[in-house]
Write a protein of this length. Structure first.
Length: 167
C-alpha cells in the first residue's frame, strides 16, 4: 500500500510536470508553423493561365476571375466584369445616400434645423441674463430647502448643539 502510494504520487508529479511542458512545446510548434501554413494557403489560392493578351487569374476559393497584364516589370490585374458591376452598384447606392443626406442638410435653400447655424454660436446678452435669473431662482430655492431641513433637525434634536461641519 505504501509502495503504491509513493509510486502513484511520483507518477502524478511527473505527469503534472510533463503536461505543461508538452503543451508549451505544442503551442510553440503551432505558432512557428502557422505563418508557413497560411502562406501555403495563399500561394495555392490563385492560379494564373497565360492568354494572348496577358494572364487570367483564377481565385480557387471563390471562383472569381481577373484579367492581368504585364506592365512596368510586374503583373497588374484589373477587375472582371462581375466585380466591376458590383463596384458600380455599391458606388451608386452610396452616391444616393450622400445625396439624401445633403438634401436633409439643405431644405429650400436654408439650413436644416438639425444642423446648428454658424451665426447663432453665442447667445445674446438678453438670453444670458434670463438664464442667470433662472439659475439664481433655482439655487435660492435649493438653499432655502437646506435651511428648512436644518431648522427642522434642530427642533427635533431639542435645541441641542448642532453637529460640527462635515466639510
Amino acid at each position: 500500500m505504501i509502495v503504491c502510494y509513493r509510486e502513484c504520487k511520483r507518477r502524478s508529479a511527473m505527469t503534472s510536470v510533463r503536461l505543461p511542458v508538452s503543451l508549451a512545446l505544442l503551442l510553440a510548434l503551432l505558432l512557428a508553423a502557422g505563418p508557413t501554413l497560411a502562406q501555403d494557403g495563399l500561394a495555392n489560392r490563385f492560379t494564373m493561365q497565360k492568354t494572348e493578351n496577358g494572364f487570367v487569374r483564377l481565385d480557387t476559393q471563390t471562383g472569381e476571375m481577373s484579367l492581368c497584364t504585364e506592365a512596368e516589370g510586374g503583373i497588374v490585374c484589373r477587375m472582371a466584369a462581375d466585380e466591376r458591376r458590383a463596384f458600380e452598384e455599391q458606388f451608386a447606392s452610396l452616391s444616393g445616400r450622400v445625396a439624401a443626406l445633403e438634401a436633409l442638410a439643405d431644405i429650400d435653400g436654408r439650413q436644416s434645423p438639425m444642423i446648428a447655424p454658424p451665426d447663432r454660436a453665442l447667445p445674446d446678452d438678453a438670453e444670458i441674463e434670463r438664464t442667470l435669473g433662472v439659475m439664481e431662482k433655482m439655487m435660492r430655492g435649493f438653499f432655502g430647502m437646506i435651511d428648512e431641513l436644518r431648522t427642522d433637525r434642530e427642533r427635533r434634536d431639542g435645541g441641542a448643539e448642532p453637529a460640527p461641519d462635515r466639510t
